[in-house]
Ligand binder design. Structure first.
Ligand SMILES: [Zn+2]
Length: 263
C-alpha cells in the first residue's frame, strides 16, 4: 500500500491511495463517515427559554454543533464501566446562558472540559431580542455516524479511481480531445497529446467521444484511488483518517478473535 499526500490542512485532506482493492478503499470511506467515535451534544436541560425557537429546535441545533473530540479522556457510553448510565469517563456538560438583545453563537457555549469545546465559534444558534433569555445545560457523549448524523466527523469523504490514459499510434494530435476536456487537463506538445494533471480528471470520457479515430482510451485503475476527506472540526483531517483506519483494524481483530473462539 502506498499513500501520496496531495493536500493536507486541518479540515481537508486529498491523497492518492495505491495498491489496494476497491473494498478496502470503500471500507476506509465508510469508516470515516460512520464508524469513528465523535463527541456531540446528546441532550439538553432547558432552565429558561423565551427565544422564538421551541426547545426541540434548540436541541436539534445544539446537537449538530461540532465538538472537538478527545478519545484519550472519553469512551463510548456502551463501553464505559458505568454501562451507559453516564459518568465523567463517558460524558461532559456544557452550559449556555445569554440574555438579549444579542445573537447567540456556538462560541457562547461554555464547556466543563477545556479539551472538549466547540470546533467553530461562529455558528448561529438563535437571535435574542430585548428581555428574551436562554439558559440551558447540555450533555455531550461519544457516538458514531452509524447511530446519528450528529456523530459524523467526516462530512465530505469520497474517492474516485485513478484514470489511466492510453493514446494509440494513430493519434494525429488534431486537438479535438484537448478542446472537449472540461477540466483542461490535456494539451498538445511536440505534436502529441500530453496529460497535464491526471488527478483533475473526472472520468467523463468526453475526450474519448471527441476522437473520430478512436485513438484515445481512458480506463479506471482499480488499485489506485484519489481520496478527498473533510472533517467537521471534531478532528483534524489527518487524525480522522488515522482513526478510521484504526477502527477497521479493531473490527478485523475482533472478527479474528471470534473466528478463533469458534475454531
Ligand atoms: Zn460512564
Amino acid at each position: 500500500m502506498e499513500v501520496d499526500i496531495i493536500e493536507l490542512s486541518d479540515d481537508k485532506a486529498r491523497f492518492v491511495l495505491k495498491g489496494v482493492n476497491p473494498a478496502i478503499a470503500n471500507g476506509l470511506r465508510k469508516s470515516m463517515l460512520s464508524e469513528v467515535p465523535t463527541m456531540a451534544i446528546d441532550y439538553i436541560n432547558i432552565y429558561d427559554n423565551t427565544s422564538v425557537l421551541f426547545d426541540e429546535q434548540l436541541g436539534l441545533r445544539m446537537g449538530l454543533i461540532p465538538l472537538i473530540t478527545d478519545l484519550d479522556s472519553y469512551v463510548l457510553p456502551d463501553e464505559c464501566d458505568c454501562q451507559g448510565e453516564g459518568c465523567t469517563k463517558c460524558q461532559l456538560t456544557l452550559n449556555l446562558s445569554a440574555e438579549g438583545p444579542i445573537m447567540v453563537y456556538s462560541g457562547d457555549i461554555q464547556s466543563s472540559d477545556p479539551k472538549v469545546g466547540v470546533a467553530e465559534d461562529r455558528i448561529p444558534i438563535v437571535e435574542l431580542k430585548e428581555r428574551q433569555k436562554l439558559v440551558l445545560e447540555a450533555v455531550a457523549k461519544l457516538g458514531t455516524g452509524r447511530k446519528h448524523v450528529k456523530y459524523q466527523a467526516g462530512v465530505a469523504c469520497g474517492y474516485k479511481n485513478m484514470p489511466v490514459f492510453t493514446f494509440s499510434e494513430n493519434c494525429d494530435a488534431c486537438g479535438k480531445c484537448v478542446e472537449e476536456c472540461p477540466r483542461e487537463i490535456l494539451r498538445i506538445e511536440n505534436n502529441e497529446v500530453i496529460v497535464k494533471d491526471p488527478l483533475q480528471c473526472i472520468l467523463c470520457k468526453l475526450c474519448v467521444d471527441a476522437c473520430d479515430i478512436n485513438a484515445i482510451t481512458v480506463d479506471e485503475d482499480n488499485s489506485a484511488f484519489i481520496f478527498t476527506a473533510e472533517s467537521d472540526g471534531s478532528y483534524p483531517a489527518r487524525e480522522l483518517i488515522i482513526q478510521s483506519a484504526d477502527t477497521i483494524i479493531d473490527k478485523a481483530r475482533s472478527l479474528n478473535e471470534i473466528l478463533k473462539s469458534i475454531g
